[in-house]
Design a protein around this ligand. Structure first.
Ligand code: DGJ
Length: 737
């Protein structure tokens, strides 16, 4: 990029120049600062400043997003980027906060509408602003038609993470159709060496980290599946060439939406990079009658100058404090799925429960197969009544036994789905998402209930409320095992059918919210064939997520590393299952499987009927150890000391407790060879002056490792785990002593 272009954009984004006029003190950091004369808005939080303003044309333009500026730094009102040529007009290269498709815009719009007279031109100009609690509300309106847009900005005081959203309101006398709507457009500071990181995958292979340079053109990650998806996750990070794990700038963001979504990262012809995140415009149309509104999801965006590690630690903290409905250490759970699949019954589950209790398990979860005619995937989904062949006396005796053994009871459900071979479908074949007269494509022998319908919503609320009311259930594993197909909603007129994409998810959130309100003690896990529904929208209504059906402990290290880029270990469930693993037939030791799963919220999913006495003794000890470190692992600061990405033979993570008094090192050797040197692992995030004692939970350390040393020592000299062979692991605890 030529320097002249670079400078021109810097001027236009207000990063140079001399007008001051903004004052703010530390005490006001979370509250927006507004320069009314210049019409410039500034949000400060953590170590971040975000600023935008009204340009002379009345359009809302980004000024700055990055490391915190000094209170009196100049932030003049923005000026549009001048036209470069008739092919790069000003409108298309100026960094707007929320551009409508109109006035010649050819880059990605935040909002695109169609009017009844065929006009598809939307030119949004500033109307006003107000402060609403912690939120800054800015209103825009089309130049001539009564389409109003309300933008909301809220910055978290501690992390500097900004949440943004928009509401479009039709105040015209006719309908308007929203063809495309984002939560936000976010412009990156002008630079020419951005890298984009994002997460892709598939069933049993979620959260695969991808990184590519950002160049001219667009990268689009999306789900068209009606659910968040395995294929891509709605999180991105933009870094610079200089950025490393613990240094350099990272701008990151995630969309809180569990339906079809899209995030586009595009570079315009003058090198400006913008992120546009919101509803997926593919097959999207939301018609608004006069007076109606449509709200976007929330987009959460942050900045860290401390590399990818700094970015994820900020985001984890934000999720724990601002997104999750409650934060309590995850109970160690047992889940029946891999042990018994659909073959659950009272005697079998009781036997497993007794064995689980002897290990120190705190929550016993019966997975699929307990209801209706459910003996395999072909029948029963939708009939949420206990299968009396398997549980002749209902669930009560099992629940009582589980409770008597000192455990909570949890149950699997998949409320949004139905098998055609079910009483529910036979009674209500019209309740599924479909197009009349067309094939209803099945996946895993099931169809998707249309939760956008009020009768379906009411039915699910009644059935689940009854289930939770009648049984002492502490936990629901809420599954969703297929993508949508034939996304029709024939009950409503054709012009309204595509509201499905929004109304379904709104009703899902409403349903989860209402169940939580009625049953405040029940915790919920979001699962979608593994990690197909992990996002900040569902996270606000659930307590934990099932990350992948792939429980191989080595594959899981990669999945967990990818997951940790975006999401907090506080919600990341990880089970110890049987070896060889069903996914890839890899054989690993029980200790290795435990250490891998201890990186998150520990669960056991093995068939305990196959364990011997030594397995029980070892598992019992490791579960007890895990309980002593779980708050640090789940809610501490995570350092990816050596990432498994890229085929590295070794990997290691360190979790440091919020008070700095405990740290847990997990180290793995995937495959030793050639007498490779293994440098000591140098820790991070400890208090250099505190003295930490070392305790080994699993594996070992090199012979001359001290038992006690300062944080400075462990960070400077490091620790050498004693790992040799294949699939070896060590878990080492450092405690202030
Ligand atoms: C998919 C989930 O990811 C599994 O853990 C299990 O619950 C099955 N569904 C049950 O059908």
């Amino acid at each position: 990029m030529k320097n002249i272009d670079r400078r021109r954009r810097a001027v236009c984004m207000g990063m140079l120049g001399g007008l001051a006029g903004l004052t703010m003190g530390d005490a006001a950091r979370a509250r927006p600062t507004i320069d009314d004369a210049a019409r410039v808005f500034r949000l400060d939080g953590g170590a971040v400043t975000y600023a935008f303003g009204v340009n002379p044309d009345g359009r809302l333009q980004t000024i700055y997003w990055g490391s915190a500026l000094a209170p009196d730094d100049p932030l003049p009102a923005p000026a549009p980027v001048p036209e470069n040529s008739s092919n790069e007009t000003s409108i298309t290269v100026t960094p707007f906060e929320y551009p409508g498709f109109g006035a010649g815009l050819t880059v990605e719009p935040a909002l695109k509408v169609t009017f009844p007279d065929g006009v598809r031109d939307l030119d949004l100009r500033y109307v006003g602003h107000r402060i609403d609690g912690e939120r800054l509300i800015v209103t825009l309106k089309d130049v001539s038609r009564a389409v109003h847009v309300t933008l909301a900005y809220a910055m978290d005081a501690a992390s500097g993470i900004l949440s943004r959203s928009a509401v479009v309101e039709n105040r015209t006398n006719g309908w308007i159709q929203v063809d495309q709507m984002a939560a936000a457009s976010i412009n990156l500071p002008y630079d020419d060496d951005y890298r984009l990181s994002y997460l892709t995958g598939r069933w049993a292979g979620e959260f695969a980290l991808q990184t590519r340079p950002v160049g001219p053109g667009a990268t689009v990650i999306e789900s068209r599946k009606g659910v968040t998806s395995h294929q891509a996750n709605p999180w991105i990070a933009l870094s610079r060439a200089m950025t490393e794990e613990e240094s350099g700038p990272v701008w990151f963001g995630a969309l809180g939406w569990s339906g079809a979504w899209r995030i586009g990262v595009d570079m315009d012809s003058l090198g400006g990079v913008r992120v546009t995140a919101g509803y997926n415009p593919f097959d999207f149309a939301y018609r608004l009658k006069p007076g109606e509104r449509l709200a976007s999801p929330l987009f959460h965006a942050g900045y860290s100058g401390d590399g990818f590690g700094g970015a994820s630690r900020l985001f984890h903290r934000y999720q724990r404090t601002r997104i999750l409905p409650a934060l309590r250490p995850r109970p160690v759970l047992y889940n029946s799925w891999e042990a018994t699949e659909f073959a659950v019954d009272e005697a079998g589950q009781m036997a497993l429960a007794e064995k689980a209790a002897s290990l120190g398990i705190e929550r016993f979860v019966v997975d699929d197969g307990w209801f209706g005619a459910r003996n395999n995937s072909k029948a029963g989904l939708g009939d949420w009544v206990v299968n009396t062949k398997k549980f002749p006396n209902g669930l009560t005796p099992l629940i009582k036994r589980v409770n008597d053994l000192g455990m909570e009871f949890g149950l699997w459900v998949e409320p949004e789905m139905v098998n055609p071979d079910s009483d529910l479908y036979r009674a209500h074949p019209d309740w599924v998402i479909h197009f009349p007269g067309r094939t209803r494509s099945e996946a895993r022998d099931q169809l998707v209930l249309n939760l956008a319908r009020k009768d379906v919503y009411d039915h699910l609320l009644t059935v689940l409320d009854r289930l939770l009311g009648a049984n002492n259930i502490a936990f629901l594993k809420w599954d969703h095992n297929r993508a949508w197909s034939e996304p029709g909603w024939p009950q409503v007129p054709p012009a309204e059918q595509q509201r499905l994409y929004v109304t379904y998810v709104d009703n899902l959130y409403k349903l989860l919210g209402e169940l939580r309100r009625r049953h405040p003690k029940v915790e919920i896990e979001s699962c979608a064939s593994g990690g197909g529904r992990v996002d900040l929208g569902i996270m606000a209504l659930t307590d934990q997520v099932w990350v992948s059906d792939n429980t191989d402990p080595y594959d899981r290290l990669l999945i967990q590393d990818g997951f940790s880029r975006a999401y907090a270990p506080a919600i990341m469930m990880a089970w110890v299952t049987d070896s060889p693993n069903w996914v890839n037939k890899r054989a690993t030791s029980l200790e290795y499987r435990f250490v891998s799963s201890m990186q998150g919220a520990l669960g056991i999913g093995a068939n305990l009927n196959h364990w011997n006495a030594r397995d029980f003794t070892e598992a019992k000890r490791l579960i007890a150890e895990y309980k002593r470190i779980r708050v640090t692992v789940q809610q501490g600061d995570l350092y990816r000391l050596i990432s498994p990405q890229g085929g590295s033979a070794r990997s290691a993570t360190l979790s440091v407790a919020q008070d700095g008094n405990q740290a847990v090192l997990f180290a793995f050797l995937h495959s030793g060879g050639m007498r490779d040197p293994a440098p000591p692992i140098r820790l991070r995030g400890l208090d250099p002056r505190k003295m930490y004692g070392l305790r080994t939970i699993a594996g070992g350390v090199a012979p001359r490792t001290p038992k006690r040393a300062s944080g400075a020592y462990w960070m400077g000299q490091g620790i050498q785990p004693n790992l040799a062979g294949d699939f070896q692991a060590a878990a080492i605890v450092l405690e202030v002593a």
